[in-house]
Design a protein around this ligand. Structure first.
Ligand code: ZN
Length: 139
């Protein structure tokens, strides 16, 4: 089954506070949520563009995944997240197709979504995330 849309694009920034003016004043978007995901050692800020979100990622620990990314590559696009249905099944399909998984099973991401990452070595250098809003199914 195809992904339904691009759920969000994750962008690593040194500082969410410094990045927000570009998104709000220049692009005219509105930051509607700021949330820390302790598990991932990040603070996130969200903007809605149509059906797709921009997720700014600020590191809260230099040893965390975003801290390491910023040190190696600097600010920029960090990952692309596809909205999927039946995330567990999609992971099994990807694995069966030879894709290396970072997360063998979905875990809880920002905004209560079920998320799982595929390894960029298996996805042409683009860190790829599957993401499912399990709450939305019940609406
Ligand atoms: Zn993400």
């Amino acid at each position: 089954m195809k992904p339904t849309h691009i759920e969000h694009i994750g962008i690593a920034v040194n500082s969410i506070a410094d990045a927000i003016p570009f998104y709000e004043k220049v692009l005219g978007l509105e930051c509607y949520n700021i949330e820390e995901v302790a598990d991932q050692k990040v603070k996130t800020a969200f903007f809605m563009v149509g059906q797709t979100k921009i997720e700014l990622l600020e590191s809260t620990d230099p040893e965390g995944p975003i801290g390491k990314f910023l040190e190696k590559r600097g600010e920029g696009i960090h990952h692309i997240a596809f909205a999927v249905e039946n995330i567990e099944e999609r992971l099994r399909e990807a694995e069966a197709a030879g894709v290396r998984l970072i997360d063998a099973a979905p875990r809880r991401g920002a905004e209560g979504l079920s998320i799982a990452f595929l390894h960029p070595k298996s996805t042409l250098g683009v860190l790829t995330e599957f993401c499912e809003d399990k709450n939305r199914e019940n609406k």
